[in-house]
Design a protein around this ligand. Structure first.
Ligand code: 16G
Ligand code: ZN
Length: 550
């Protein structure tokens, strides 16, 4: 029966007596892959119960540790809307992962099922889609997760194979919306909508078409493999994949989006032939995207285009389309009144926020972590968010998409081929291309490429949007990082008393100075971020503030 099944699964994967506590944190459970068995099994149970709670809607489980070293692994639950697991279930996920023995686990599940009114014993249906990245421990852990799902009687586990994280999010969302949801469907949608955007590039721009050579750093992971698989079908681009995951290179080692964005140096796998070309970099599970350009073959430095600049490019493009559509009607009304939301975190470079404000946009700030940004973006007709580290997407509300659809069919009866019609078509194609469930390096990259072609912009034009303020990040080891409590989207400290005043005192000595501290959600450290008008000043501001934190 149900009790026996849960006890059996819990007994198969006992936590080590002195094991570290698991915390679901900003992105699921992570640890050394070999030690992940218990947490993964229990996450499988949580996912099955979540699906049961939602009347059998598909829920997802991804086995990945993103940009972490290859020996690590992790598990993340995808909610039925394709987004992150609902935050009000995190305490349950934590409690289950940390249950010290099978009996404790059983009691936690029974109590939670009772509180949440989830019927156990097979009278309720549940389905969980599972996927993993390319890590060597992935196959074992996926199997463990399946055992966890199956410990909930009546739950069905479906192994979707080796996928990027955003592919699985996309599949869960599509399936629950009754849309086509296989990997082939994902690729067709991405490839077709990209082609559609290229067909809508104004003719005068095509004449001086930008260089179509694009070099992609696949982080030796799943994103590189998938891109190799489909690159020949992507129109209008000459894609070369480095660190594709097929060769000898090690996952995320001195390559990938996290490395490129943090170290700002040329990743492994790139050579003199790549100098000067537009390069994109994915992280190990392909949910982060940054761009860069190698300055010269005698120099390891790069010109970096981070998530903030990707956001700024998308903002310009979308705004331009809205302005074209909204050439006011003859009564002076906007044709398509649109609530357009732009969401950043405290890590957004101050120059990017100034740029957005200068073009008349209001920026909303949330704490770090996709789950916060995404939730805020859902409040708009079009909501766009990016973290500086390359995590982000553009969300279109269902209502807005249906307005676009009726607009395009209205225009096509009256004014097919008009600029308004084309602008509406571009936004529709954008909503098809960019992943509506979560940030997605592959589809984000194709949107970047389509927008650059639309604007007839080189990499340099894009770089020149604004100049990043120099910044510095430090980690500080403290006894209890959670003794620091922040407010105002992590931009101010409210505890311990007096710390914010000390930080303010330091900032006041620097021109363009900005600085904040926050406890990390993924590591046992306090992070310090400082920005100022020169590298030296940013360094010194960060160091001085770090001393107040220690
Ligand atoms: C996680 C988050 C990422 C965030 C990072 C911050 C997701 C899927 N990932 O990787 O968005 O930027 O944590 O890490 O939400 P930190 O709290 O250690 O600074
Ligand atoms: Zn990732």
């Amino acid at each position: 029966d149900q009790r026996a099944a849960l006890l059996a699964a819990a007994t198969l994967f006992p936590p080590p007596p002195d094991g570290a506590r698991f915390s679901y944190g900003t992105a699921g459970f992570r640890a050394e892959g070999a030690a992940m068995g218990p947490a993964v099994c229990r996450a499988g149970v949580v996912a099955a119960l979540r699906s049961a709670k939602l009347g059998g809607a598909a829920v997802g489980v991804v086995i990945t540790a993103s940009h972490n070293p290859v020996r690590d692994n992790g598990v993340k639950i995808v909610d039925a809307d394709g987004g992150m697991l609902s935050q009000d279930w995190e305490p349950f996920a934590d409690a289950l992962a940390n249950a010290p023995n099978p009996d404790a686990l059983l009691q936690i599940v029974l109590q939670f099922a009772k509180d949440e009114d989830i019927k156990l014993g097979g009278s309720q249906s549940a389905q969980v889609l599972l996927a993993r990245d390319t890590r060597p421990t992935g196959e074992y852990l996926l199997d463990v997760a399946v055992k966890g799902v199956n410990a909930v009687i009546g739950a069905v586990a479906v192994d979707m194979g080796i996928l990027t994280t955003p592919q699985l999010h996309w599949m869960v969302r599509s399936k629950n919306k009754g849309l086509k949801s296989s990997e082939t469907d994902y690729f067709s949608q991405v490839i077709d909508s990209f082609r559609c955007l290229l067909e809508l590039v104004p003719k005068d721009k095509e004449a001086d078409a930008i260089n179509n050579r694009l070099i992609v750093d696949g982080a030796n992971g799943i994103g590189g493999l998938k891109l190799e698989e489909i690159k020949a079908k992507i129109s209008g681009l000459d894609i070369h994949v480095r660190n594709s995951g097929k060769g000898e290179g090690i996952l995320n080692e001195s390559c990938g989006a996290d490395f490129v964005q943090k170290e700002k140096v040329v990743p492994l796998g790139f050579g003199p032939e790549d100098v000067g070309f537009r390069c994109a970099s994915f992280d190990g599970d392909a949910d982060r995207l940054v761009y860069f350009r190698i300055v010269s073959s005698s120099d390891t430095r790069i010109d970096l285009v981070d998530g903030d600049k990707i956001l700024s490019l998308f903002v310009l493009f979308i705004r331009e389309q809205l302005d074209i559509i909204n050439g006011k009607d003859n009564k002076g009304n906007e044709v398509l009144p649109t609530r357009f939301g732009v969401i950043q975190t405290a890590y957004a470079n101050g120059a990017s926020t100034d740029f957005l404000k200068n073009i008349g946009l209001e920026v909303v700030f949330t704490p770090t972590g996709v789950k916060y940004l995404h939730k805020e973006a859902l409040k708009y007709d079009i909501g766009i968010y990016f973290e500086a580290n390359g995590h982000g997407t553009v969300l279109f509300s269902d209502h807005f998409v249906s307005q676009l659809e009726s607009l395009t069919s209205e225009f096509s009866s009256k004014a097919a081929g008009s600029s308004q019609h084309q602008a509406a078509m571009r936004l529709l194609a954008t909503s098809q291309l960019i992943n509506q469930a979560v940030g997605d390096a592959l589809s984000g990259m194709l949107l970047v490429e389509a927008v650059l072609q639309y604007k007839g912009w080189s990499f340099q034009n894009w770089c020149d949007l604004y100049t990043d303020l120099p910044s510095r990040q430090l980690k500080v080891k403290v006894q209890d990082r959670n003794s620091i409590v922040t407010t105002d989207a992590e931009r101010r400290v409210c505890q311990p008393n007096g710390l914010q005043e000390l930080i303010d005192g330091e900032i006041s000595n620097y021109s363009h100075g900005r600085c904040f501290v926050r406890p990390s959600g993924t590591e046992d450290v306090v992070r310090v971020y400082a920005e100022a008008s020169s590298e030296e000043a940013a360094d010194s501001l960060a160091k001085r503030v770090a001393q107040h934190v220690e």
